[in-house]
Design a protein. Structure first.
Length: 232
């Protein structure tokens, strides 16, 4: 009886080893067959997990859904971001776009940290004025701190690089608009410095005439202007 048990145990181990070997062989065969045509592997989405099983990198067109991602979990959004905004925040949030065709890196807590894609997801504080292709870097709580993108704007394009403050405001903007301002805007709120050029009547200068030069605002009021376009 004992001998039969031993033979049975050996047979089970042999079958387990054979099954494992065949599984490896099938995986290799599948990968090789998928890569047989021009060494290309085709897939709609890919999720990379860390050692703890948390989703950390999402790649796809669009990126696949991930249960650990805060942005797509309304209950967690209400818990972690809702208290810092007015009561109507969640009503607006439901219209935000969270998808992208590209790559997203998540933190251990599930916050978006780095996105490269087309179009980029909306910030968690409001919708974009136009679809943007580019890159966004967020802080540890999922708030945008840097963004670089190209936006179509009524038949023209706007290329911009924005660096945001910890108050969720743009602190420095480098912009090139095909039919608008070209330059650098430094500061946030009512205190700003603009160095560059802008067409007449543009909101960045508040001037009726064309602008090219340096403009300084304090408390929303223009305190210094050097307008070479007007001088000429």
């Amino acid at each position: 009886m004992i001998a039969n048990d031993k033979r049975l145990a050996r047979s089970i181990r042999w079958l387990q080893g054979y099954a494992a070997l065949m599984t490896v062989a099938l995986v290799v065969l599948f990968v090789r067959s998928g890569a047989a045509t021009d060494d290309v592997i085709r897939a709609q989405g890919l999720i990379i997990e860390d050692a703890a099983g948390r989703e950390r990198i999402l790649i796809g067109a669009p990126i696949p859904e991930a249960p650990d991602r805060v942005r797509t979990d309304e209950a967690r959004v209400r818990e972690v971001w809702g208290p810092g905004f007015p009561d109507a925040y969640m009503d607006f949030y439901r219209d935000y776009s969270h998808e992208t065709n590209g790559m997203l890196i998540l933190s251990e807590e599930g916050f978006d940290r780095l996105v490269v894609g087309d179009p980029l997801p909306d910030p968690n504080i409001g919708k974009r004025i136009a679809p943007s292709t580019g890159m966004v870097i967020n802080d540890a709580n999922g708030f945008e701190r840097m963004g670089y993108g190209v936006k179509p704007m009524d038949g023209r394009y706007r290329v911009s690089l924005g660096l945001d403050t910890d108050r969720i405001q743009e602190g420095l903007i480098l912009i090139l608009d095909d039919d608008g301002p070209h330059g650098v805007l430094v500061g946030s709120g009512p205190d700003r410095i603009f160095l560059g050029s802008a067409p007449a009547g543009h909101g960045w200068t508040g001037l009726e005439e064309e602008f090219q030069g340096l403009l300084v605002r304090r408390d929303g009021e223009t305190v210094h202007t050097l307008n070479l376009a007007a001088d000429n």
